[in-house]
Ligand binder design. Structure first.
Ligand code: AMP
Length: 191
């Protein structure tokens, strides 16, 4: 038996990853780890990391792989992880991060069970992101994030697919409809 299980949620920004993960946490207790939330909290608290990444977040660029992997590895050593299992939201975003994730999980005896891609098309997410009105959601930053998604993150779908642990669900429905699928994918994979 591994010490804990790890799920990964993939999808463009604005595809509903955060919402689905929150609903999952409420229902199952699986811990939602959002690297975007961690970074925004660091910016808010004006920590050293926060100061370092503020401009990057505002511009829509990606924070460096090395720093991201360090932050994630540190978070995964907390005791809540092994108790409840985790779902990663916003990590990995590059192939380097995905490769590093394998190493980090192995060291901590955490099993990567499934990656769930919430599929929502480009046009639909632009509208959603403008509506949610986060301060880093300027039109420029949104455009840049979507460009980077295609270039850096979309190839991860194939990466997870080759490992035989990728499923895609249609994210263009109501939150409740998507959640029904989302939850059943998680539950089926644990059986
Ligand atoms: P998110 O909340 O996941 O959309 O992330 C917001 C911003 O945080 C992104 O646009 C990136 O600048 C940064 N970020 C979050 N996660 C990562 C990651 N895994 N690698 C690099 N940058 C990240």
């Amino acid at each position: 038996m591994p010490a804990a299980v790890c799920f990964v949620v993939l999808g463009r920004q604005g595809s509903g990853k955060g919402t689905q993960c929150q609903m999952l946490t409420e229902r199952t207790g699986i811990i939602h780890i959002s690297t975007g939330d961690m970074l925004r909290a660091a910016v808010e608290a004006e920590t050293q990391v926060g100061k370092q990444v503020k401009e990057v977040l505002d511009s829509g660029e990606l924070v460096g792989d090395e720093l991201m992997c360090e932050l994630l590895a540190e978070r995964l050593t907390k005791s809540d992880v092994s108790k409840n299992g985790i779902i990663l939201d916003g990590f990995p975003r590059t192939t380097q991060q995905a490769e590093a994730l394998i190493q980090i999980l192995e060291k901590l005896d955490i099993e990567m069970v499934l990656a769930i891609n919430i599929d929502v098309k480009n046009e639909a997410v632009i509208e959603r992101m403008l509506l949610r009105g986060r301060t880093d959601d300027t039109e420029e930053a949104i455009k840049r994030r979507l460009e980077l998604y295609e270039k850096q993150t979309a190839p991860l779908l194939e990466w997870f697919n080759e490992k035989g642990i990728l499923v895609s669900i249609d994210g263009g429905r109501t939150e409740e409809e998507v959640f029904e699928d989302f939850l059943s994918q998680i539950e089926n994979s644990s059986n």
